[in-house]
Structures are given as structure tokens and as C-alpha cells.
Design a protein around this ligand. Sequence first.
Ligand code: NAD
Ligand code: TYD
Length: 336
Amino acid sequence: MPTILVTGGAGFIGSNFVRYWLRQHPSWEVVAFDKLTYAGNKSNLKDLEGQTNFTFVQGDICDREQIEPWVAKADIIVNFAAETHVDRSLLSSGEFVRTDVLGVHTIMECAHEHGTGLIVHISTDEVYGPILEASADEDAPLRPSSPYAASKAGGDLLALAYAKSFRIPVIITRCCNNFGPYQHPEKLIPLMITNALLDLPLPVYGDGKQVREWIFVEDHCSALDFLIENGTPSEIYNIGTGYEKQNIEVVRAILKLLGKPESLIRFVADRPAHDRRYSVNWEKLQKLGWQPKHDFDSALTQTVAWYRENEWWWRQIRDSEEFKRYYEANYAWRLK
Ligand code: NAD
Ligand code: TYD
């Protein structure tokens, strides 16, 4: 049985990808390898327990002894493992550099030692920094604003250098903002949905007119599956949709779907160096033949319904001491 190693497989996109891959490729063995940081959650994979071609391994991509045997065994590796939240990187960034840079280095060193099949390294549109006009293509300069984005850019460059120096077959993908089931409630859309369900204020940074391009997580998974089949090693591929929205529009749409009043919105102190707009040019992927299947409005409706129906999932996170500490550090002063 061929094996796909999904690092960061217990996180938001990783767990959706594991499920997607098992559905599309039932003859594959899927190994989800994850450190289970505050963001990793075994409940994200609960429905897969007992499935014979699925294995979960708890481990750290920065620990060579832990990751090496899995890299050596894999036919394909998809690396989602990362520290991912901009606001947390503004509070403390050591773990971002460790996982998003040194973790990539460790995977590449193992691949260099043992040889591997394709490695898909998952990156982000945030490495391009703010794009005030038009859209960033794959050759746009990297101008990261946050420690998160800078660490991701570092990881990308290392992966590309290993691809060049040692002919490791690596594809880099840079996707826009994802949303959908199992996204940690620290991120914009789930934070706003769960705060609204709890009748708490919805903290909108600055004037709320920052623009993000949004993709339903299932479409990100289908783009990755498509690139595994059709992409060329050593290439970078942007993944986008064209669904660009101001944050305030997204927040208002969520309140409307939940039947909650706009009086819950609170404009609060802005994020430092807050990127005004992200927008990727994804013609390269489009020309290969990929298209997203979900439009923003219906995917948001589906996502809001999922959070409404799966309070068991987000309650355990929101009630944790860890989340309360983070909320206190990031929001208490803003909401005073
Ligand atoms: P997430 O925070 O939900 O998941 C990250 C996962 O990585 C968690 O399960 C965590 O436990 C695991 N992890 C962290 N450090 C690890 C380590 N040292 N070893 C092993 N596992 C570790 O993040 P996500 O939103 O699912 O993002 C996944 C990837 O996609 C990231 O690389 C991120 O940069 C990228 N990305 C995310 C978005 C988005 O909108 N969420 C957009 C573009 C790209
Ligand atoms: P986020 O989900 O953190 O993703 P990213 O910063 O990686 O794009 O935030 C999306 C947008 O929403 C971003 O412009 C910041 C804004 N935002 C708020 O206004 N309030 C919040 O409480 C959060 C978490 C985000």
C-alpha cells in the first residue's frame, strides 16, 4: 500500500486533508503525524478512529529521531505542521521560528538522507505581505509583515534551496485564507461565530476594512490533490478563489446567518503591522485545470451550521485554560 505522510494532520487543514485523501484514495495508507500543540486536536480525527488504513502518530517535526522513520517510509509527504496564528506570533515568536523554519529543515534533511517521493510544502499568501493593488503571482517579492509570515517565508526558501541543491522533489503551495469545519476558534471566522453564539462582543481590528481572499477548506484540499497529480517539482503554486471580502463584511454576514444583532460588533485596537489586503494570482494553477467548487456564501452558511451543530467540539477548546489565557492576553485590554 502506498503511504502518504500528513504532518500537522491533527490541525484544521491537515485533518480536513486526511479525510479528503482517504475518501479520494482509499487504497492509500495515511499517516497523520502531529505534535498536538494547543492547535492540534485528536478530536479533529475522531471519526477516523478504527479505520485500518489510517494511523495517528504523536511527534514533533523538529525532532529528527521522531520524524525520520516516517519520512523514510513515505511515498508522498504533505507538510501542514506549523505555528499558524499571526496574533500569537506577535505575543511570542520562538515556536514559529522553531517549527516553521527548523521543522522544515529537519524534514528536508531526512529527505536528503533517505530520498523521498514528492514533498508538498504548505505555505501561505501572507509571505507576500500586503498587496494593495492587483494580485501577487508566484514571482512577487516576499515582504512578510509578522513573525508568522516571516517564519513561513524562511521555511519556503529552505525547501526551495533543498529542491535545487539536492534535487528533492518539492512543490510549494501558497494559499489564501481558509475557513470551514474544525478551524480553531482563535481565527477570524470561528472566533466570530462562537462569540456570537455566546453573545460575546465581536472584536474587529481597526476599521475592519482589511481585505482577505477566502477559500473553503475542502477546495484547498482538492487543489493539493490536483497538484500532487499535475504539479511540477521545484515549482511554487498560488491557490486562490477570487472571493475577496472586507473583514467587516464577513462579520456582518455571520451575524445575519445566526440572527444576532450588529450591536455585538466592537471595533478594537488594530493589530500591529496589520496587512491591509491579501490577494493571490492563481492563473498558473487555473491553467493546469483546477477550479474551486464552493462559492463563498454557501460555504459560509455551511460553516456556520457546522459550528452551531458541533458545540461539543469548540466548547472543549474555548473552555480550556490555554484558550482563556490567550483570550485574556490578546483581547481583554482591547475590549476594556
Ligand atoms: P493549525 O494551527 O490548525 O494546525 C497546525 C498543526 O500543526 C496543529 O495540529 C499542530 O499541533 C501541528 N504542529 C505544530 N507544531 C508542530 C511540530 N513541531 N511538529 C508536528 N506538528 C506540529 O493550522 P492550519 O490552519 O491547519 O494551517 C496548516 C498549514 O497551512 C500551515 O502551514 C499554515 O501556514 C498553512 N496555511 C493556513 C492557512 C489558513 O487560512 N488557515 C492559509 C494558508 C496556508
Ligand atoms: P486571521 O483569521 O487571524 O487570519 P490572517 O491574519 O492570517 O489573515 O484574521 C483574518 C483577518 O481578520 C485579519 O485581517 C485580522 C482580522 N481579525 C479581526 O479583525 N479580529 C479578530 O479577532 C481576529 C482573530 C482577526
